[in-house]
Every structure is written in C-alpha cells, then in structure tokens.
Design a binder for this molecule. Structure first.
Ligand code: GLN
Length: 211
C-alpha cells in the first residue's frame, strides 16, 4: 500500500513522514511527494501543512497540486493536518482566503480572550490540550476521551455541517477534528502528540475509509 504525503513546500513534512513511517512499518510505503501523478497513484493521502493559509493556497496552486488533492479527497482515505485541514473548508479569515470548499464552513481567528483571572490568553493557542469525543470514528479507536494533543494555531474550524468528531477548548469549545466519508481533518499535530497522536496515525494507516 502507498501513502502519499503531499509536499507543497509548506510545513512540517519531515515529522509527518517520519511519524507515518514509524507507525506503518511494513504495512505501507510512505511517499513524500510534490508530484501530482504520485499523489493520484497513492492508496491514501496525507495533506499536512504549517504556515499562513494564503501562502499555503498559493503554493498548492502554483505547484499544480490543487486538483490532485481535491481528487484524492473525494476518492480514498484522506487525512488533513493543521493548515492542511483548514484548507478543506470554504474560507479562512486568515488573509480572507478561499479554501478548497470540501467542508461547509469558515476558519475563524481566536478573538481577544481572557482567563478567569482576567489574564489575556495568548494567541496562537500553543501547547498540549485535551480532546473530547463528540462522535466515534475509526481514527479515534483506542484513544480515550480527554487525551492531550499538541496544538499550534491562531485559527480554528467553524463547520456548518454535522462533521465534528473531536472538540478542544481554549477557553471556549471549538471543533478540533472533523470527518465525513473518507476524509478526516484534524487541527492539532498528531505527529507531535506522542502516543495519542501515533495511535491516530496508526488508525489512519489501517483505515479503509469507511465510517
Ligand atoms: N501551525 C500552523 O501552521 C497554523 C495554521 C494557521 N496559520 C493558524 O494559525 O491557525
């Protein structure tokens, strides 16, 4: 089985690739690729990313990978990570950027927020935070409720369809993982989230794309 990690020049590609190689072992060949034909030929696709949404969309488009990502998202097990997940929505407030429109909804910036002591909360939301199950999903198998994952983001999903699988809170609840059909998209960094993140990636390697 081949799993393509889409390389559009933005982000935490090496750590995602290494984490997938670690959990896949002999189960799958992990291919970090900027070649649309290799993405198209893969059995599963991982769409990572780190950086500003406008830059990511620009790089994706200019490297001729946009259609390959769209085709993959509609045809085989597909995992979006961080800004790779945000790009699947219709729009992001970050740079007023149009996304790929696979999920209905917006990607919204955390507003100015204060904790219960009146201390301003830092944005980006950076660090370990709990994830709470809203719906079961094969990629969450073996991961207990309130497991902690690693986040680095200033924007979060605002789905306009019933696709939320996991929520986190900072300090208000926000959708932190969404899924529909063969697509799973997660805001945090599973590749940097130790055993919980590796379990999720291992579940993706074993996932047949059904929910
Ligand atoms: N870590 C990131 O790449 C962050 C993604 C996006 N720019 C955000 O701030 O939410």
């Amino acid at each position: 089985m081949k799993i393509a990690v889409v390389d559009y020049g933005m982000g935490n590609l090496r750590s995602v690739t290494k984490a997938l190689e670690h959990v896949a072992g002999d189960l799958a060949e992990i291919i970090l690729t900027a070649n649309p034909a290799e993405v198209a030929a893969a059995d599963k696709v991982v769409f990572p990313g780190q950086g500003a949404m406008p830059d990511c969309m620009k790089e994706l488009t200019e490297r001729g990978l946009k259609q390959a990502v769209l085709d993959a998202a509609y045809s085989r097990p597909f995992l979006g990570i961080c800004v790779g997940a945000q790009l699947l929505f219709e729009h992001s407030e970050e740079g007023d950027t149009a996304g790929l429109g696979i999920f209905k909804g917006n990607v919204r910036r955390f507003p100015k927020m204060f904790d219960t002591h009146g201390q301003k909360l830092k944005v980006p939301h950076m660090g370990w935070n709990e994830m709470f199950k809203v719906h079961d999903h094969p990629l969450c198998a073996g991961i207990s409720d309130a497991e902690r994952f690693y986040f680095v983001h200033s924007y979060h999903f605002q789905p306009e369809e019933d696709i939320t699988v996991l929520e986190s809170a900072y300090p208000y609840r926000f959708a932190a993982a969404v899924a529909r059909d063969n697509i799973f998209a997660i805001q945090c960094h599973p590749e940097k989230s130790h055993h919980a993140g590796l379990s999720l990636l291992k579940n993706f390697v074993n996932w047949n794309g059904n929910t």
